[in-house]
Design a protein around this ligand. Structure first.
Ligand code: CP3
Length: 336
């Protein structure tokens, strides 16, 4: 089992943060400046390794997350992916036929530098620190493939419903390659996996089972079958009460929660075997220290009797002061 999960089983409140490597760190900005193209940055073994290790060198964290992006999957399936400043990701047109025809070997070759960066990072990383591999969940990848950028509410549905047959076909292909991508990350040395379903909250209730629960369940089941020692954390962001059904169906090892979720519902309805991760609204990183402390203690106290991994309800905002993250880690560490 990964160090991260061992610590959570021992009620030691391990901590890592989504987007712990990123724009709030000046040393990240230094590396970023030299990279024109974001996907090439993700595929630069030395740069990706360096940036993955930056937060670990600064803070006392229990896990590193490999520096990459969920959009390397559409990229490896032949869809152009670009990142525009202040706009986020912008994708080009996709070819269903290219998606269909992509061979496993070809896909793996395109992403081999992600796996090499994992291998390199693992070598440089202290054994007591976990290395998290990740992927987007099928729905969230489908959203980017069809919508070509981060969606506004409901806008994607039009795309999905316009051509349901195509959406279903795409979903199947995406699901297959997500599995392959995760498997390669495990083989390279990732000891924990996180699946990001950042846009699960856009799915209408009646479609949640088809677009979110079932595809995620199939991936989790397949990984568990082959790599039972690798814990999988799922982050179905924005689905509210439906996390209960999500957990009953998907059965992940860990559930990452967003800041809107009712923690009492989690305590009452989620199986104790499932570790709970995160929750605190990232906006408190930019509030008064006392208020941030209050919120940190709220989550630590609520989940005292559970296997809990401290994290946020979403990524570290880019305006965050690196000193604040230092304070946050200190507060979590001193809790007993
Ligand atoms: O430290 C880490 O968390 C590891 C690396 C990581 C990145 N993206 C690097 C990144 C991870 C785990 C992701 C996941 C990711 N990427 C998600 C799921 C999590 C979430 O945020 O909901 C999504 C939806 C994406 C797609 C994506 N990539 C967006 C929407 C953006 C732009 C907006 C933003 O938040 O910056 C990116 C770019 C990106 N990915 C950056 C980083 C550090 C910023 C790029 C830059 O330096 O300009």
């Amino acid at each position: 089992m990964s160090e991260l999960f061992k610590k959570s089983l021992n009620k030691k409140n391990p901590i890592w943060l989504m987007r712990q490597a990123g724009r709030y760190l000046p040393e990240y900005q230094e590396v970023r400046k030299k990279q024109k193209n974001f996907i090439n940055f993700c595929l630069d073994v030395n740069a990706a390794t360096k940036v993955t290790l930056q937060p670990i060198q600064r803070y006392d964290l229990d896990a590193a997350i490999i520096f990459s992006d969920i959009l390397v999957i559409p990229y490896a399936l032949g869809q152009p992916v670009d990142f525009k400043k202040n706009e986020g990701p912008v994708l080009g047109d996709f070819e269903l036929n290219t998606f269909k025809k992509t061979q496993d070997k070809e896909f793996i070759k395109k992403l081999k530098n992600v796996y090499l960066a994992i291998k390199k990072t693992r070598k440089l990383l202290n054994k007591r620190i976990s290395l998290i591999g990740f992927a987007g969940s099928p729905w969230t990848i489908l959203v980017y493939v069809l919508n070509r950028k981060s969606p506004k509410k409901n806008q994607v549905y039009k795309e999905v419903l316009k051509n349901t047959k195509q959406a279903k076909e795409l979903l199947k292909i995406i699901e297959k390659f997500i599995y392959i991508h995760i498997e390669q990350q495990i083989k390279a040395g990732a000891d924990t996996i996180q699946l990001f379903d950042s846009w699960a909250g856009l799915i209408e209730k009646k479609h949640l089972d088809f677009f979110c629960f079932q595809p995620t369940k199939r991936i989790v089941k397949k990984i568990k079958g082959k790599y039972p020692h690798i814990p999988i954390i799922c982050f179905p962001k924005g689905i509210g009460k439906k996390v209960v059904e999500f957990c009953n169906i998907v059965k992940p090892d860990g559930l990452s929660i967003d800041s809107k979720i009712d923690v009492n519902l989690i305590l009452k309805k989620i199986d104790k075997k499932i570790a709970i991760q995160g929750g605190m609204d990232p906006k408190y990183l930019n509030s008064k220290k006392k208020l941030m402390e209050k919120k940190i203690y709220f989550y630590l106290n609520k989940f005292k009797s559970r296997n809990y991994i401290f994290n946020l309800g979403h990524g570290v905002p880019k305006e965050t002061s690196p000193k604040t993250v230092h304070k946050l880690v200190k507060v979590v560490r001193s809790f007993s």
